[in-house]
Ligand binder design. Sequence first.
Ligand SMILES: Nc1nc2c(ncn2[C@@H]2O[C@H](COP(=O)(O)OP(=O)(O)OP(=O)(O)O)[C@@H](O)[C@H]2O)c(=O)[nH]1
Length: 570
Amino acid sequence: MSLKTRFLTLMALLILVAGSASWLAYQSLSESIIESWGRQVTEIQVRYDSARLLSSLEREIALARQLARAPSLLAWANTPEDEALQAKALSELENFRSGFGDKSYFVALTKNNHYYFNNAQNEYADNQFRYVLKADSPDDAWFFQLVEEGRDFHLNVNPDVNLGVTKLWIDVLVRSEEGEIVAMVGTGLNLDRFLQDIVDIGQKGITTLFADYNGAIQLYRDRNYIDFGSIIKPEGQKKTVDLLVDDQQDKQQILGMLALLKKQGAAPGVVESGFVTVNGKKHLAGVAYLSSIGWFEVTLLDLSVLVPKSYFWPLGLVFLVALLTTLAIFHWILQSRVLKPVTCLEEAVHRVREGRYDLPYLPKPDNEIGRLADHFEKMTDRVRRHTEELEGRVAQRTEQLHLQARTDSLTSLKNRRGLDESMHELIARAEREPISFALLWLDVDHFKAINDDFGHQTGDDVLNRVALWLRAAVRPYEQVGRWGGDEFVVLMSPCEDGSAEATAERIRETIARESKHTGTPLTVSIGIYYAKPGEGIDTLLHNADQALYRAKAQGRNCVAQLLTDNVNPS
Ligand SMILES: Nc1nc2c(ncn2[C@@H]2O[C@H](COP(=O)(O)OP(=O)(O)OP(=O)(O)O)[C@@H](O)[C@H]2O)c(=O)[nH]1
């Protein structure tokens, strides 16, 4: 895996880990903020809903209580058969009727169980007596139950089968001076309008409901959940608030909140709250006890509606964009400041390793890698110069050795090897183009005697002088060498017929003449051989040697030629 891939993978992993940790921390923090905010909102909402209910009921309840204390009503309730008292009481009731919000009232007398009612349309004027309540009738059980419980004030939602109406009833007991319950009075409020005004107020995500002292649902936007006639139902058959929540733990929690508030009694403004699941969605439930009417107010806040998850999408988007931007910036910095310089440096090192000093362009960021590239560039330049210098020296030395290997150390003429190579070149050239060349083989006469008479050093001096005279006697481009001992060779090319003899003669004369000026006069014998096409080096040497042999045989200090197709001496 390349450095770049490793870096980017590591970076992405680190960002993901850090991002996930931040996200979890954010989730936890936001949840606790939402929870704390939700509880405050719930409290406010509960108090607000409670206040709305109480404000709409208080006047009605106060009026009902006032009616319950009316002397005319009390007098009639004590003596129901007294028609005068009845007329007076009903007149009083009619006065109160116009005061009630629903413009209706009811009276039920405990002594004869007579039930009186009149409505907004004054439908039952002078005919307020509606029916007789029967203790054994389930429809009338509410009356007998309330009287038996002896609660002076009660609210309930109940259908009146006889009247064909379902209302929120305000029931107030009428007691005689002795405390005996003699009647029940009150009014009924239009349930639909009440639900519409107080309960189903159309705030999204907020559900308001009211439950009675036992937790039975009294006011709720869904009528199917309302526990009508709750007063007469035995425990266990009531539609209580826990019906709204899904699991058993939540049911216990919400009922526990009701029990706790009931225990705390009349402490105003106390709100209990907790999370419950309603229809599979998490809700924050707030509960308050309205001691003045003996009911509970329950508010359910759907947090997924009030604070939907979609609110956090921009945050996720910002996180994603930040992640990608960070990766892009990191990649750019990594690429320009680290990876590209390192890649170029690696390529440069590779080239130098292969002996190439033409470095590619090396980026030099202002960091350790840039400085490393700079050092490497300078180091390479130095190595290149050093290598070039060394190579120059080696080439020079090689050239020297090459020359040395082909030069006679005494005379500085070509040695046998040098002559050998020159002859090979001439033969090869003669195969390609029609050139002629000749070999002169020269030997100092009686050289041994010089050595013997004057010493080896003098012999060397003589050989040196012969070399100089030889060199001077031939054209500059003729190749002259010492074959060994006192034998010399001249390669003449191009060489027309006859020119070799002339040159040989000139050499012989020069040496004889010049040596006379030295303390050791000497002569040389020269053999000549003209090369023929196709002849190898051995043939050439052999034939030249034969020519020399002839010259020696002829008495020395002379020139002899070997003609291979005519072997007679010249
Ligand atoms: N001083 C000196 N003598 C050498 C060198 N190389 C060979 N000699 C001597 O040269 C002599 C060559 O003698 P030869 O060619 O055999 O005979 P020569 O005396 O020249 O007689 P001819 O050739 O028959 O005229 C020998 O005595 C060698 O020892 C050298 O480099 N320096």
